[in-house]
Design a binder for this molecule. Structure first.
Ligand code: UD1
Ligand code: CA
Length: 485
């Protein structure tokens, strides 16, 4: 129980309404599963409300029920779902939810819609504080264009009297710019009482949750309005609003990280999922996307033009114009430009995946380097080894994938094919242009290519009079058989 004005009571239950169709999205996917910043709209709502530590959370599902339920089971297994078979209105949806919360008689109930991803934790705690000791509280905002929203009708005492839907409102009521966000807190007991009295006597013939406000007021219970910004209450109904919500969230997350010590050269081009973690003194250059479980430690510089998915980056690493997924990048390692690190890649401290390099399931030891134009698949490369430009780890025989083990301080010559399965021993060398098909012992030089032969005067005989032939004759240092080489 709240002992002072800054305290609030955690809700006994949270009810999230998500049974509607979302027609205006024009999608086969249920609206609440459309994503912004790598998380469904419903996930954002749950992330904000889960910070309140409610005893139970119930999501009302209907349209797209199977998909929504599956998402919740995976991402929020503690959340209950209840099916509203027919969408008879927001009031009916809450009734259905309360049926599964049979033993809920006291405490506060927080009601939210599944399509409002921009609500802040402060909005919700302010609402809980305001509901303390009165009948309930509703989150409101002033909108320059309130069309479509329910209007907040205040009495002469400036207290909330009722909420009137756009379609049921008089012209005077429609001129009101303070609107209902669709987020409320009610005492459980009063909510049950008021819901038993609602009917469907309105333009839509639906059971309106908003009528609860007027019913409680008439019964002498005060309903407090808590004003927030128009931005925070944005409900996503179409794809323009989906993009708008994404933009706001992107900016908020960027602001939070900058205040936490992350440098961003152009925060408007940096997209960071809510699930990402960063340390102070990380630098993000232009056009960077960090998604999933990506985490980056101090001193690392990412960008420009990078996408890091579920990637763990240690201190002082540099990643330039590259895409990485399910990878680990070690302390002071460097990646890029134009490089693609695929799942299972692990770069040790000071390791390098240089320009135009692709790696998959590759583990590089400390200071191991693949500087240029190479493919490294299913391999281990020991510490201090260097892989020459344009080397391919030939891991696929058309049926199965095979591993390559390269020891420590190995030098693989440029343009080599390492045909797996194969092991190259510590300190070994391979000659440039080799196709290595057999294991190389430690310290050996492996040469896997045809010996060169020069056919003298071939150009003079076969291309007489050509520019090449003239150049050859003019070159006093070589070729023509008349001169000795
Ligand atoms: C509702 C409010 C309106 C408010 C607006 C804020 C009512 C009657 N009106 O209007 O005052 O300004 O939200 O965005 O409540 N839903 C169900 N089952 C149903 C009907 C709806 O689960 O039978 C869910 C929808 O999926 C949605 C939410 O409830 O998540 C709101 O329903 P919606 O039809 O979008 O209400 P609005 O017309 O936007
Ligand atoms: Ca809506």
């Amino acid at each position: 129980m709240a002992a002072n004005s800054s305290a609030y009571e955690n809700p006994a239950a949270v009810i999230i309404l998500a049974a509607g169709q979302g027609t205006r999205m024009k999608s086969v996917k249920p609206k609440v599963l459309h994503e912004v910043l790598g998380m469904p709209l419903l996930g954002h709502v749950l992330l904000s409300s889960s910070q309140l530590d409610s005893k139970s959370t119930v999501v009302v599902v209907g349209h797209g029920k199977a998909e929504v339920t599956q998402y919740l089971a995976q991402s929020y297994p503690k959340v209950k779902t209840v099916t509203q078979e027919q969408q008879l209105g927001t009031g009916h949806a809450v009734k259905v939810a309360l049926e599964t919360l049979g033993d809920l008689k006291t405490g506060l109930v927080l009601i939210l819609a599944g399509d409002t991803p921009l609500l802040t934790n402060t909005d919700l705690t302010q609402l809980l504080k305001a509901a303390n000791g009165v009948g309930g509280a509703v989150l409101t905002a002033h909108l320059p264009d309130p069309t479509g929203y329910g209007r907040i009708i205040r009495g002469t005492d400036n207290k909330v009297d009722s909420i009137v839907e756009q379609r049921d409102a008089s012209d005077t009521q429609r001129a009101i710019t303070e609107v209902n966000s669709g987020v409320y807190v009610f005492s459980a007991e009063l909510l049950r009482m008021a819901l038993s009295k609602i009917d469907a006597a309105n333009d839509q013939g639906e059971q309106y949750l908003t009528d609860v406000v007027g019913i409680l007021r008439s019964a002498g219970h005060e309903i407090t309005a808590v004003l927030t910004s128009a931005e925070n209450i944005l409900g996503v109904n179409d794809r323009r609003q989906l993009a708008q919500a994404g933009g706001v969230l992107r900016q908020r997350i960027a602001d939070e990280w900058m205040l936490a010590g992350v440098t961003m050269v152009d925060p408007t081009s940096v997209w960071i999922d809510r699930t990402v973690s960063l340390e102070a003194d990380v630098t993000l250059l232009q056009n960077v996307q960090l998604t999933g479980t990506t985490s980056i430690k101090a001193g690392s510089v990412i960008g420009p033009d990078c996408t890091l998915v579920n990637t763990i980056v240690d201190n002082d690493a540099v990643v330039i114009r590259s895409t990485t997924k399910d990878c680990q990048i070690g302390n002071s390692a460097s990646v890029g430009p134009f490089t693609y690190l695929r799942p299972g890649t692990k770069l040790g401290p000071k390791a390098k995946a240089g320009g135009f390099v692709e790696m998959k399931n590759a583990v590089l030891g400390e200071s191991a380097k693949v500087p240029h134009l190479s493919y490294v698949g299913d391999a281990e490369i020991g510490e201090g080894s260097n892989i020459g430009a344009a080397t391919v780890f030939v891991n696929y025989d058309g049926v199965e994938k095979h591993r390559t083990i390269v020891g420590k301080h190995v030098r693989v010559g440029s343009d080599s094919m390492l045909v797996a399965p194969i092991t190259i021993g510590d300190g070994a060398y391979t000659a440039a242009g080799s196709v290595i098909t057999e294991d190389v012992p430690a310290g050996a030089m492996a040469v896997g290519r045809a010996r060169q032969r020069n056919i003298l005067d071939w150009v003079l005989r076969r291309r007489p009079g050509s520019d090449s032939a003239k150049a050859a004759v003019a070159d006093s240092s070589s070729a023509p058989s008349s001169k000795k080489k």
